[in-house]
Design a protein around this ligand. Sequence first.
Ligand SMILES: C[S@@+](CC[C@H](N)C(=O)[O-])C[C@H]1O[C@@H](n2cnc3c(N)ncnc32)[C@H](O)[C@@H]1O
Length: 171
Amino acid sequence: MPDARGVPPAPWIVQWAGLVAPDATTLDLAAGRGRHALFFAERGHKVTAVDRDASRLPAHANIEPLQADLEDGSPWPLGDRRFGAVVVTNYLHRPLMPNLFEAVAPGGVLLYQTIMAGNERFGKPSNPDHLLNDGELLEMVRGKFSVIAYEARLISEPAMAMVQRIAARRT
Ligand SMILES: C[S@@+](CC[C@H](N)C(=O)[O-])C[C@H]1O[C@@H](n2cnc3c(N)ncnc32)[C@H](O)[C@@H]1O
């Protein structure tokens, strides 16, 4: 499978990327083909891109690929590393939330977008384990992050989907 060259980043990530400090290291979790890793790498950020299949990640001097299964009970693969930005799109594994929140350095930025309940009528995922509940993303960051923007809405591009998305700064 080709890497993410030519695959556009999610508009939410582009919209709020300006919050990320120019010298911030970035973590792209469940990076897939690395469209957001590439987006931040090309903006000059050092990016660590984690996925259970790192073979699809773009080769780029600013991208550190890290192959890890995030759900098999292994320890969090990033230890106590902290990043100036953590980016997650189209991925949810609730047990990881404390680790990924902790991976955002104080003052750093969390950009997160994924599918929510109500998406079932548009297709997969339909497993509730992979769907955010109403208001869940907002609730999860409460007390840990200052919320800059939050939406729960239907999007039509690249396909119809019910999503929640947040841009927040770690306090
Ligand atoms: C829907 S894709 C999203 C990819 C990327 N974030 C994007 O939006 O373009 C979900 C990604 O999660 C990864 N993934 C799923 N389960 C995983 C696991 N247990 N450990 C690590 N990565 C996993 C998949 O390999 C896939 O690349």
